[in-house]
Design a protein around this ligand. Structure first.
Ligand SMILES: *Cc1c(COP(=O)(O)O)cnc(C)c1O
Length: 456
């Protein structure tokens, strides 16, 4: 039987297939990859032109365009000098396996369709449960990112509170730190609930008494969750989870720990103790795409009592009943999502390949490098640490510099393809910030960057 015309696009030539594999092979072999930099829209319009046409460009032209125009216009987040925001440093094993996930067309939403993949993802979740000290039976799902993870956890928390109360109160609220991540404001907006901000102390850490005060300020509002941050994004400060957990427990309120960036530090011997109290969480998140060396995009969302989350999140529909009534573990039922890529698999493969000890060592290396970087900064009279690093974020300023000095320095650093370090700010004052999550970043990289901050 000849292939119908309409199915022809499901095939490519052997040549194109090899070219794509070759591209991937080359990109994976770079050590380091090119840093590259963004280009303005007009320039990309000029260079790339209209790429979507009735007849198609053909695979080799499209691949060439990607390799020569589009890819160099994107920053490599896995470059050792990428220290802005939160970088990403996927292991080679995890990147390779991501190719397999794409090639395999696995539906990761249900056990019926994705049992083997869901089994492997769940072993990773169970490992996180053991590391964090939550009880057996805790479970969850890999969602797109921390923003969806936080929102899904809070929706489950509110559901649980409503179930306990037996009615809807006038107004819901949750408590989080004044230094909590912006995604919590997004969650509050989406859920139409209030945030009661609890004041972090001078060092940016939230403790029990501040949460008590926030509770006292709740008035008529029903507080359905308290959020502790396990590693603030700006500074890597871990809240006093132990104290916050006691307050949550004494008021019978859901404790959620936002560990999108920092929770990976439970693996490092030197930082593990900072997370004491985490075992009392009702839910937590951690992003493997941030500091568990997995590719974009993956956030592990874990519940102490997954059954409550399932009740809160399961979508019902005639075409879905056969799945939802099966009694099997369907990842889609535990978050705001239905169709899902089994995005936990690249992490699973890398963990299965290298073992947990390699992960402990890698996270510890990053924390040690942050301490070493802080030491270098302390030794320089023209620089000042804004806060002592707790995990792997180092924030400092240069005496006498204003915003435009920082901007110009940062632009030049990228233009020279040395590193990507954008200015940040604290209490209205500009500063520089290193977020270190890449084990190939060395003290030499850091020293070179610091040396480019000219001495007065
Ligand atoms: C990054 C981050 C988030 C948001 O995670 P995304 O994966 O970017 O959506 C939430 N909380 C904290 C503490 C973060 O660092």
């Amino acid at each position: 039987m000849p292939t119908p015309e309409s199915a022809k696009m499901h095939e490519v030539t052997g040549e194109l297939r090899e070219a794509v594999f070759e591209y991937a092979r080359t990109r994976l072999s770079y050590a380091p990859p090119p840093l590259d930099s963004p280009k303005p829209l007009e320039v990309l319009n000029e260079l790339a032109g209209q790429t979507i046409t009735e007849k198609g460009l053909g695979g080799s032209a499209a691949l060439e365009l990607f390799g020569e125009v589009l890819a160099p216009s994107t920053i490599s987040t896995d470059h050792p000098g990428y220290l802005s925001f939160i970088p990403s440093a996927p292991t080679e094993a995890s990147k390779l396996f991501d190719l397999i996930v794409s090639a395999s067309a696995i539906y990761g939403g249900s056990w019926m369709e994705g049992a083997g993949a869901v089994f492997a993802e769940n072993q990773v979740i169970e490992w996180l449960v053991r590391e964090t000290g939550l009880p057996t039976g805790a479970g969850g799902v890999f969602v797109q990112g921390g923003t969806i993870g936080n929102l899904s956890a809070l929706v489950a928390a509110r559901f649980a509170a409503e179930k306990r109360l037996g009615h809807k109160p006038e107004r819901w609220a949750f408590i989080c730190s004044s230094e909590a991540h912006s995604s919590l404001k997004t969650a509050a907006r989406v859920m139409d609930v209030d945030i009661i901000a609890a004041r972090a102390d001078e060092d940016g850490q939230l403790g029990g008494p501040a949460v008590d005060s926030a509770l006292a300020a709740a008035g008529d509002r029903e507080v359905f969750a308290i959020v502790a941050t396990g590693g603030t994004t700006n500074f890597g400060i871990v809240d006093s989870i132990d104290e916050i957990a006691s307050v949550a427990k004494s008021h019978n309120i859901w404790l959620h720990v936002d560990g999108a960036y920092g929770l990976a530090a439970i693996l490092a011997p030197s930082t593990r103790k900072l997370f004491s109290g985490l075992e009392n969480a009702d839910s937590f998140i951690v992003d493997p795409h941030k500091w568990l060396f997995a590719p974009f995009d993956a956030c592990a969302l874990v519940y102490r009592n997954p059954e409550l989350a399932r009740e809160a999140h399961t979508q019902h529909g005639e075409y879905l009943d056969t799945l939802t009534e099966s009694g099997e573990w369907n990842p889609s039922d535990y978050a705001i999502n239905l169709t899902r890529r089994p995005r936990g698999l690249p992490l699973w493969f890398s963990l299965a390949t290298h073992g947990v000890a390699a992960y402990r060592a890698a996270v510890e290396t990053n924390c040690q490098l942050a301490r070493d970087a802080a030491e270098l900064i302390r030794k320089r009279a023209d620089l000042e640490l804004v806060r002592e690093p707790m995990l792997s974020v180092v924030v400092f300023k240069k005496h006498g510099w204003n915003q435009s000095d920082y901007d110009a320095w940062s632009d030049k650093l990228l233009a020279d393809q040395i590193a990507f370090v954008v200015p940040s700010s604290h209490r209205g004052e500009p500063n520089l910030r290193f977020a270190i999550v890449n084990p190939t970043t060395t003290i030499e990289t850091i020293a070179e960057i610091l040396d480019r901050i000219e001495k007065d």
